[in-house]
Write a protein that binds this ligand. Sequence first.
Ligand code: SF4
Length: 317
Amino acid sequence: MTKANMNKIKVGVSSCLLGDKVRFDGGHKQNQYVMNTLSNYFEFLRFCPEVASGLSIPREPIRLVLKNAEIKCVGTKNEDFDVTDKLKNIADEQKFWQSQISGYILKKDSPSCGMERVKVYNGSMPERNGVGIYAQKLMDNFPNLPIEEEGRLNDLVLRENFIQRVFVYARWQLLTTTAFSLNDIQQFHAQHKYIYMSHDQIMLKKLGALLAKPCECLSSLAASYISQAMVLLKSRATKSNHANTLHHIQGYLKKHISQDDKQELCETIEQYNQGYLPLIVPITLLRHHFRKYPNEYISNSFYLCPHPSELMLLNSV
Ligand code: SF4
């Protein structure tokens, strides 16, 4: 996927977040950011595992309980109403369309869809340490898939992180759905190197070393590469890592811009590092200089435009 070829990306979503009245009480949990903003960039594939596994609307609410050292999903009134296997099976039955998506937005707190901190009952006092049954299977089946809960998308850093991962993963899927070579993976790596650097410089080195080794099996190398890359991207990009990355990129301009311009860039990066400016400011300044003095490596890199500007994700990190 080139910068000029950004079709809507397929993303799975808990259907109640899109306003579908599928909840146990016949209601929904429509999320405005998902509905009104992300829908401009993502093609949502909605799915309600409870309804798909045959539960009615409305229905008896369910919850996670610890039974004989195992987590079960059962009715709140009738613990014999056990839907654990139904929810696991329905997750396995969705693998075909799930293999084509580049991300998934789940409903928080749900015993089916919750990604973390779901209440688990053991006696009367619940502990918030569970994972929804469907969500767990989804994560087991697709460990590289970017997955986030709608509640965590209110955190602007987590939001930017998730959307960035979706775009990177979509580009990887596009690359690997047709025949690809080691050179293609190396090119993908070069295009994302500065994004990786802003997250974790040690893991970036490991990824580089992986690609430098003699390649015996391209598909195993590709599998290792993307699983390590997606783990790397999950770690939060820090201001100091971004500042370091911005300085690296600034280095490509050293023969072209004046001492005053260099000084201005350094000061802007430092102000960003200190928290006085958002990331979009040094990035805009760099884009301006690279428009005047284009560099092929930087224009092929996604760091200066990791996702559509209209999402304004770099304005708040
Ligand atoms: S949280 Fe998941 S299971 Fe519950 S209503 Fe929403 S989509 Fe259905």
